[in-house]
Every structure is written in structure tokens, then in C-alpha cells.
Design a protein around this ligand. Structure first.
Ligand code: UDP
Ligand code: G50
Length: 460
């Protein structure tokens, strides 16, 4: 705690997990805290998986000199063939015993600790031992949280077995979601990272002081209600919606945008599958054909490998010379990190072909850009379902999970045309943008949630 003019101020430490999808919301939350005079220490697991993460950290600390950075040096990584982001999460967890000396050296002493839902089982026992109130930032949807919080009970019952594909997953007679939305590893009989993670982390998250979630009340009213009214768990930790976490200033680069500046308002489709999803080569090429045939203008971010450092191939090798030439006529194609916020906030951009990683969904809502959902893995179908129900976009369910089938260029083109030409969807998404801005604006639901938390922490 520190004092300023006799008033106590909270000192909060943040510990994010691996990958941009987890790091970005933590950075945005830290920036919000600074704007509200909360003292922030940001703990950075070192090394990071991707180059992008280390670059984002450098830019961030240069723009926020008032935030203290503490490097958390991880144990030596073992090389394995497992998903690099999941194996890094394991590494951060297994380095947990190195945290106590780092925390006890911080001055003034901490009022509150905030960590990611994927690290709860390693962090909470440590912070409990020093009586440090600990909150969890849940970086996916509240709908996903209903599944996460009930998973230990579901996995211990027969609720996940013997269900038809169309069957509905229920807990204590509450309908959660159809089985078809659930991340496939959670339904497998054999052990896997996600199952283990859901059981271990969920069991500890319920011992936290509370959960912050990057969503907003009007966007996920039903799921937030189910949790906070005790329908999912009898005594849940309090769940506070604080989103959409707004981008901070240094995220905006204003580079790469010359081409967009010359396009008519709302005419461009932005195509990206996030920071850690590479489509199969044949699917990348069908997507290219689809984009060209759709007749729409587009900005296409092609991702050829899961981790950026390992992607040495030239764009032309990935999509082929002929396609490359045709694509250039109508679009901008890149095979590098782009500032998504710059693109989504550009007036030329009207649509977003997205895998529905939750950050992307919140960013689309923030900017009022309609989504053509193409979920690939993990929590993305649950998120796509939220998008479709609230009217932020459309979803072709028959396209299936990643690798289930090859979706043809002709079909992709048709759906792009439908989405870009959908005037009622365009108007609806502008309404969602207004709701998003209201939620974080003065007196809005997310603003109030965060204000109440901070004033409580200032008393600690
Ligand atoms: N992102 C970006 N540029 C890219 C790819 C991704 O800025 O080229 C950002 C995107 O804006 C979002 C995050 O990286 O904030 C990705 O998180 P998301 O939850 O959408 O998906 P994930 O990458 O975790 O699958
Ligand atoms: C990433 C991924 C698959 C996946 C998820 C990812 C989620 C998000 C929720 O983020 O479902 C989640 C909560 C707790 C946890 C892990 C993930 O321990 O590749 O399903």
C-alpha cells in the first residue's frame, strides 16, 4: 500500500499467461489501472513464446514508465512437440515456487494480485499462504466461464458421456450449451492438457477473491446472470464484467494503413485467425480463391505457423504465384503481425472474417465491425455462438472444426458476399458498438464494476 496526500492507494501486481490472447487483456487492464491511480507492478514470465509478445512488452513499458516491470525468470524449458503455448503455461506453473521471493521484495507491499485463469492452481496456494487477496482475469467469454466453472462437476458425473452430438450439457438441471460447441478435448476420454487444466484451474479459481472477465453485461447478460445468481455453482466467487478492455494509446501504430485510406467506407473485409492459429495449406488456398471470387476488398493476414519465430516461408511459397498475383488486385495481403486495432477502427473496414478468439470478438464489438465467424479450435465455437445470438455476426456451423473438412472457395465467397451485403447486420453492430462504449463509459456497468473493486482495494 502507498499513500498520497493521506489517502491509501492500492498496489496491484499482474501476472499474465502465455500468448498474445492472454497478454493483451492484461496490458489493457494495467493501462486502465494507471488511469485510475492504481499502482501497478507487471510481472513478465521470461522468456516469452512469441517475438510478438516481447515486442508488445517493450512498447508497453516504454509508454508506461510509471508501471514497474518484474521479470519472472522461468525454469529452463524442455523441448517437446506439444502445443508451444500450452507447454509454456505448464512451464510458468512449474516455476511457481520462484514467485514468493519476487513478491516479498516488492515495495510498497501488495494489496491485490491478479493472475490468468490458466495459472490459478499454481498461484493461489502461494498468495493464500501470504494472505494476499487474489483475483483471476478470465480472458474468454462469460459463456465459456459457465462451462469452466462447472467442468469439475461435469467431468465427475456422466453428464458429458452418452450424449448425442445435438444433446445439451446440463448441470443441476441448468442447460449450459449444446455438446457441439464444447472444445473437443474436453469431451475426450483420454487425458489431455485442456481437461487437466479445466479441472485443476477451475477447482482453484473458485477459491479466488473474485473473477474479472473481459465482457460486458448487455453482451452476455444471460451467462453472467447464470453465474452470479448461483445457478452454475452454489457459491461462486463474485464475477465482475469489466470489458471490453479498451486498447491503450501505444497500441495504435498508424503504419500499414495507406492502402486502407484509399478504400470506400465499410467496403473492406479484414481476415485473421488470431495469434496462434495456422490454417492448413490447402485451406489457405481455398480461402484465397474465396476472397477473390467474393468481389469484396480485403486485408488478409496469412498465418503459416503457430509460433511467429518459426515462420520463415515467403508468402508466395504459401499461397502460390498465381493466386498471389490475383489477390493483389483487390486486397492487401500480409504475413506478419498487424495492429488489429488500427484495422478494425479504420472507417474502410466493414467486416471481419474471424476465428472468434475472445479478444477479437471484443475488439469487433468495440469498433462495431460485423463478424463472419469461422471458429477453428478450443473455446471459439462457444464464442461464435455468443456472436451470432447477440447479432454481431453470422456463423456457418457446417464448416466444422479446423481440419474437419476442406471448405471450398466458392462457398466462402458466397458467405462473404452475404455478410458484407447484410445491411441489417451492419446497423445492429453499430448498436452493439454504442452499448460497448456505454459499458466502459462513466457510470456504465463495466466502469462501475471496476470502480467498486478499486475503492475496495484502496481500503486493504
Ligand atoms: N492480433 C493482432 N494482430 C495480428 C493477430 C492478432 O493485433 O496479426 C491481436 C488481436 O487483436 C487480439 C489478439 O492478438 O487482441 C489475439 O487474441 P484472440 O483472443 O483474438 O485470439 P488468439 O490469438 O488467442 O487465438
Ligand atoms: C485456448 C485454447 C483452447 C481453449 C481455450 C483457450 C479456452 C479458454 C478458457 O483459451 O477454452 C480456458 C479456461 C481455463 C483454462 C484454459 C482455457 O485452464 O487453445 O479451449
Amino acid at each position: 500500500m502507498s499513500s498520497s496526500g493521506g489517502r491509501k492507494l492500492a498496489h496491484v501486481a499482474l501476472l499474465p499467461s502465455a500468448g498474445m490472447g492472454h497478454l493483451t487483456p492484461f496490458l489493457r487492464l494495467a493501462a486502465l489501472f494507471v488511469a485510475r491511480n492504481v499502482q501497478v507492478t507487471f510481472i513478465t514470465p521470461h522468456p516469452t513464446v512469441s517475438l510478438t509478445e516481447s515486442q508488445a512488452l517493450s512498447t508497453f513499458f516504454a509508454s508506461f514508465p510509471q508501471i514497474k516491470q518484474k521479470q519472472f525468470h522461468l525454469l529452463q524449458a524442455e523441448k517437446n512437440s506439444f502445443d508451444p503455448f500450452f507447454s509454456h503455461i505448464e512451464l510458468i506453473k512449474s516455476s511457481g515456487h520462484l514467485l514468493p521471493p519476487l513478491l516479498s521484495a516488492l515495495t510498497p507491499s501488495l494489496s491485490v494480485f491478479i493472475t490468468d485463469m490458466t495459472l490459478a492452481s499454481a498461484v493461489i496456494p502461494i498468495t493464500q499462504a501470504i494472505s494476499l487477496p487474489t483475483y483471476v482475469l478470465f480472458t474468454s467469454s462469460a459463456k465459456m466461464m459457465t462451462l469452466f466453472l462447472s467442468y469439475p462437476a461435469l467431468a465427475g458425473s456422466r453428464a458429458l458421456d452418452d450424449l448425442e452430438e445435438t444433446g445439451v450439457i446440463k448441470i443441476r438441471n441448468l442447460e449450459l450449451m449444446p455438446k457441439s460447441l464444447v472444445p473437443p478435448p474436453l469431451l475426450q476420454k483420454s487425458d489431455n492438457f485442456l481437461k487437466k487444466s479445466f479441472v485443476e484451474e477451475s477447482g482453484k479459481v473458485i477459491e479466488s477473491s473474485g473473477i474479472l472477465v473481459n465482457t460486458f453485461v448487455s453482451f452476455e447478460f444471460e451467462s453472467l446472470g447464470k453465474i452470479n445468481d448461483g445457478e452454475v455453482l452454489e457459491r461462486p466467487p463474485s464475477v465482475v464484467a469489466i470489458g471490453p478492455l479498451p486498447p491503450y494509446d501505444s497500441e495504435k501504430s498508424r503504419l500499414q494503413l495507406a492502402w486502407l485510406d484509399d478504400q470506400p467506407a465499410g467496403s473492406v473485409l479484414y481476415v485473421s485467425f488470431g495469434s496462434r492459429t495456422a490454417l492448413a495449406r490447402d485451406q489457405i488456398r481455398e480461402l484465397g480463391v474465396g476472397l477473390i471470387t467474393s468481389g469484396s476488398r480485403f486485408v488478409w493476414v496469412v498465418k503459416n505457423s503457430i509460433v511467429d519465430k518459426e515462420d520463415g516461408q515467403e508468402l508466395e511459397e504459401v499461397i502460390g504465384h498465381e493466386l498471389m498475383e490475383r489477390v493483389k488486385e483487390k486486397g492487401l495481403i500480409v504475413k506478419s503481425w498487424v495492429q488489429q486495432e488500427d484495422i478494425l477502427s479504420h472507417p474502410a473496414v466493414g467486416g471481419f472474417l474471424s476465428h472468434c478468439g475472445w479478444n477479437s470478438v471484443m475488439e469487433a464489438a468495440w469498433n462495431g465491425v460485423r463478424i463472419l465467424a469461422w471458429p477453428q479450435n478450443g473455446d471459439q465455437k462457444v464464442n461464435a455462438d455468443v456472436v451470432e445470438r447477440i447479432g454481431l455476426g453470422t456463423w456457418v456451423r457446417s464448416w466444422g472444426w479446423s481440419g474437419e473438412k476442406l471448405v471450398s472457395g466458392a462457398e466462402i465467397a458466397e458467405r462473404i458476399r452475404e455478410c458484407m451485403g447484410n445491411e441489417s447486420l451492419r446497423i445492429q453492430t453499430l448498436g452493439i458498438k454504442e452499448d460497448a462504449r456505454k459499458a466502459v463509459g462513466f457510470g456504465g456497468s463495466s466502469d462501475k464494476g471496476l470502480t467498486e473493486l478499486i475503492s475496495m482495494w484502496n481500503q486493504f
